[in-house]
Design a binder for this molecule. Structure first.
Ligand SMILES: Nc1ncnc2c1ncn2[C@@H]1O[C@H](COP(=O)(O)OP(=O)(O)O)[C@@H](O)[C@H]1O
Ligand SMILES: [Mg+2]
Length: 292
């Protein structure tokens, strides 16, 4: 496990210099999984739509550098990406793409790969530009790539809150646990949220959560909270094929109801963790410092 590439010392890498201003800022939530195909992109998109349906302003950021899944799931084609903000002087608000269901979407493109190469001036400009989003959103949801690469970990450690998606498959459980273990080492979060995907039903979902929770409680200095479960359901695959998110295409399906319940839980719970590290500007500040 190569977590050493990311500085995790208490040197304040993740300290938030905007903590006071951030209290009223957007909640920045990164969605992660140890293993690919766990359901991150579907959860990010549909959770965003559920929060939007609850009247919140939602921006979805695709930070999966390998696979730009969000645009495929939403059925939209972004005319520009974060890369264009960095190198072609585009305002961040120009790369915000309106998507069905009232959410807006930003394609990271290869922009995030460039963070490491930016000079200080460009970085500062990027942060200032991204801070403009603060007034545009209540939630910034980030779809990340799978695994524990430096890039992914940087997003997770910098995010205000983290959702880890696991499935009942043994390999997904162990990879999910490994991811939480690395996060625990950064001491960036006191708690993470766990979402179970593709369980056969409630019993398997809760069992899956409990197994991870037991191991985490026993061995790691971090807490896990149950966000909810999306069962194995054809509504998900149908939605992926039709390029219309299941929350919009089949609002009465189990996945749609479950994701709506998760949105409700986010809105009523997790206040403490949220208040401690909210704000888009603080998030990007922490993110960029990792690459310095
Ligand atoms: N609850 C589910 N029921 C059935 N199929 C699912 C479910 N969740 C995900 N899938 C399938 O798994 C694929 C990968 O999901 P995706 O959200 O793209 O995962 P990730 O972003 O973690 O790689 C989907 O395209 C879909 O075919
Ligand atoms: Mg994905």
């Amino acid at each position: 496990m190569k977590s050493g590439v990311l500085r995790s010392s208490g040197a304040g890498v993740f300290a938030d210099p905007y903590a006071d201003a951030a209290a009223a800022g957007a909640r920045v939530i990164a969605v992660a999984s140890g293993k690919g195909g766990a359901g991150k992109s579907n959860l990010t998109v549909n959770l965003g739509l559920a929060l939007a349906a609850a009247g919140r302003r939602v921006i979805i950021l695709d930070a999966d550098l390998g696979l730009a899944n969000v645009e495929v799931l939403l059925g939209v084609t972004p005319p520009a990406s974060l890369f264009d903000c960095l190198y072609h002087g585009r305002d961040i608000r120009e790369v915000l793409v309106p998507a069905p269901g009232g959410v807006r979407f930003i394609s990271g493109g290869s922009g995030f790969l460039e963070l490491a190469n930016l000079d200080r001036r460009r970085r500062e400009r990027l942060i200032a530009s991204l801070a403009l989003l603060e007034e545009e959103a209540d939630f910034l949801l980030i779809d990340t790539g799978a695994g524990i690469s430096k890039n992914v970990l940087a997003f997770l450690a910098a995010a205000g809150e983290v959702i880890v998606v696991i499935t009942p498959e043994p390999t997904s459980l162990t990879d999910g646990y490994s991811l939480i273990k690395v996060l625990a080492r950064f001491r960036s979060h006191r708690r993470v949220l766990l979402a179970v995907n593709r369980a056969a039903g409630e019993k398997e979902a809760v069992d899956t959560f409990r197994r991870v929770e037991r191991a985490v409680d026993r061995f790691l200095d971090i807490g896990v909270d149950y966000l909810g479960a999306v069962y194995e359901d054809r509504a998900v695959t149908r939605a992926v094929r039709a390029q219309v998110p299941f929350l919009l295409a089949e609002p009465r399906s189990q996945p749609a109801k479950s994701v709506t319940a998760m949105a409700g839980r986010l809105l009523t719970g997790g206040r403490e963790e949220a208040a401690r590290r909210s704000g888009i500007k603080g998030f990007f500040h922490r993110l960029v410092r990792v690459f310095e």
